[in-house]
Write a protein of this length. Structure first.
Length: 198
C-alpha cells in the first residue's frame, strides 16, 4: 500500500500532462481536420513507398543474381562465352528499360520490361541447364533468380492494394486536403499495375 502511495503523485502528474496535451491540441482528436488528413496521407504514402521498395529490391536481387550466374557460366568449360557476355549486357540494359512509379502509367512500358526480362531469363536458364546439376553455384544462383521471379505478381498485387488505399483517400478527402496546405491541393492518383477495365 505504501508503494502505491509513493507512485500516486507521479500518476497524477502524468494524467494532468496528458489532459493538458489534449486541451492544447484539440485537432489531434478530430479525424476530419486537415492536420489529421495530412498524417493519414503520410501513413498511406509511406506504405506505398515501402511496398515499392520491397518490389524493386527483389527485382534488383534478380538482376544481380542473373549477372552473377552469367559470370560463373562464362568461366566454365562448355559454355558459349559470347552468348553469356551478350546476355550480361542485355541484363545490364534492363535498368534503363525499367519503369518507375510515374512511368508505369504507360502499361506498354511495364510490358516491354517484362518481355525483355523474360526473354533474357529463358536464355539464361537454357545456357545454365548443362551446368545446373554439376555446379552448386550455378544451381543456387538460378534458384535465387527463379524465386525472385515467382514473387513479382505478389509484390505488384500488394503495391496496388496500398496505392488503391492512397487513391481512395485523396478522392474521399479532397476538400479536407485542400485546406491542409498548397502541396495537398493538386494530388494525383497513383498508377496501378492492375489493368483498367472499360
Amino acid at each position: 500500500m505504501r508503494r502505491l502511495l509513493i507512485y500516486l503523485p507521479l500518476l497524477m502528474l502524468l494524467a494532468a500532462a496528458s489532459c493538458r496535451k489534449t486541451a492544447d491540441n484539440p485537432a489531434a482528436l478530430d479525424p476530419t481536420s486537415p492536420a489529421a488528413a495530412r498524417e493519414q496521407l503520410t501513413v498511406l504514402r509511406d506504405t506505398v513507398n515501402v511496398r515499392w521498395k520491397r518490389m524493386i529490391d527483389s527485382d534488383n536481387q534478380k538482376l544481380v543474381a542473373t549477372t552473377a550466374v552469367l559470370q560463373t557460366l562464362s568461366q566454365l568449360p562448355g559454355t558459349d562465352r559470347a552468348q553469356a557476355d551478350q546476355l550480361r549486357k542485355d541484363n545490364d540494359a534492363l535498368l534503363g528499360l525499367r519503369y518507375d512509379q510515374n512511368t508505369m502509367a504507360e502499361s506498354a512500358r511495364i510490358d516491354a520490361y517484362d518481355e525483355a526480362q523474360t526473354k533474357i531469363l529463358n536464355a539464361v536458364y537454357n545456357l545454365a541447364q548443362p551446368q545446373y546439376e554439376r555446379n552448386e553455384e550455378v544451381q543456387a544462383l538460378t534458384e535465387t533468380i527463379k524465386e525472385a521471379d515467382s514473387q513479382v505478381i505478389g509484390y505488384r498485387v500488394r503495391y496496388d492494394q496500398a496505392a488503391k488505399s492512397y487513391n481512395q483517400y485523396i478522392q474521399m478527402h479532397e476538400q479536407t486536403l485542400k485546406k491542409a496546405g498548397r502541396k495537398y491541393t493538386q494530388l494525383q492518383p497513383l498508377p496501378l499495375f492492375e489493368l483498367k477495365t472499360e
